[in-house]
Design a protein around this ligand. Structure first.
Ligand SMILES: C[S@@+](CC[C@H](N)C(=O)[O-])C[C@H]1O[C@@H](n2cnc3c(N)ncnc32)[C@H](O)[C@@H]1O
Length: 278
């Protein structure tokens, strides 16, 4: 069997037997993740790794963990959070209640950052902000609901939180663990949502969906953004990851608000445009 064939067979096994939709992700990303597990298990070929994977439940879990791309942080890309602050301030001027969707929220640090920012900024009324935070991964959502994060050698949580001068008002700190205070979680509801297979939501003034599209095959990227477009209010805002782009077919649906920060606004006619593309 050629190496390409062996890789395809391996991906088929992961999709059919382990339930991870490999076909939605781009191949170079999948290859990097699989190759890293192959190094860890000292498997020289895709075939050898597949053989091991078939019989080893622990390795199946390890591979699935490594595929679910859960890197995140509080106030990731601080300049983008200044842009998000501006959007929330702008929305606060005209709305009594503001609905925000943190889509693909990973372990919850993104929606907690949103809530902390709302509590911290005098121009934003935190009681008006309602955050829906979703992810495909149940383990990630479990951590998110707990709201407790532990520092490691490579992750400096106080540095991440330092975006807010007095972040101690929003987290309890015990040795290396930071626990988000109850009031910060009160306006957030966590639920599972798969951006590829589940239905759109509705009525959001702002959707933040960052650092997922980079891993996704182009074909699915467009349908995910259509799901998001359908979930936004007319003129609602969208924030994507700094290394991400809107696919060409959807460019007319979103007006650029702050290009460098990847902040967009749904064009008034965009709901129709998105519908036409279906
Ligand atoms: C790299 S994290 C991004 C977290 C956060 N948005 C950020 O920028 O820090 C990507 C997240 O996407 C989630 N994910 C992967 N496929 C998904 C899908 N089809 N629908 C929803 N979430 C998905 C993963 O579980 C992971 O938590």
């Amino acid at each position: 069997m050629s190496s390409d064939q062996a890789f395809s067979t391996l991906l088929e096994f992961v999709e059919d037997e382990l339930g991870f939709a490999t076909s939605h992700y781009n191949e170079s990303y999948l290859d990097r993740r699989v190759s890293s597990r192959m190094r860890r298990t000292e498997s020289d070929t895709y075939e050898a790794y597949l053989e091991l994977l078939e019989d080893d439940a622990e390795e199946q879990t390890a591979l699935l963990d490594s595929l679910s791309i859960n890197v995140t942080g509080f106030f990731r890309n601080p300049d983008v959070w200044e842009g998000i602050r501006d959007v929330l301030r702008e929305l606060s001027k005209t709305r009594d209640s503001i609905h925000v969707w943190s889509a693909a929220c990973a372990d919850g640090r993104e929606p907690y950052s949103l809530s902390m920012l709302a509590h911290d900024d005098p121009e934003i009324d935190e009681s008006a902000i309602h955050i829906t935070a979703t992810d495909i991964s149940e383990p990630a959502l479990e951590t998110a609901r707990e709201g407790a994060y532990t520092e490691s050698r490579t992750v400096d949580l106080s540095e991440q939180l330092a975006f807010l001068e007095e972040y101690e008002r929003y987290v309890d700190h015990d040795d290396r663990t930071y626990t988000v205070r109850e009031e910060v979680g009160q306006n957030i509801s966590f639920e599972r949502h798969d951006l590829i297979n589940d239905d759109p939501k509705s009525g959001f003034d702002l959707v933040i969906c960052r650092n997922l599209f980079i891993y996704i095959d182009n074909e699915y990227k467009q349908s995910m953004l259509e799901t998001i477009a359908h979930s936004l209010q007319p003129s609602g805002y969208l924030v994507i990851g700094k290394a991400e782009t809107i696919p060409p077919a959807l460019k007319t649906a979103f007006a650029v608000t702050e290009g460098r920060l990847r902040i967009y606004q749904l064009e008034d006619t965009a709901t129709q445009t998105a519908a036409r593309l279906e």
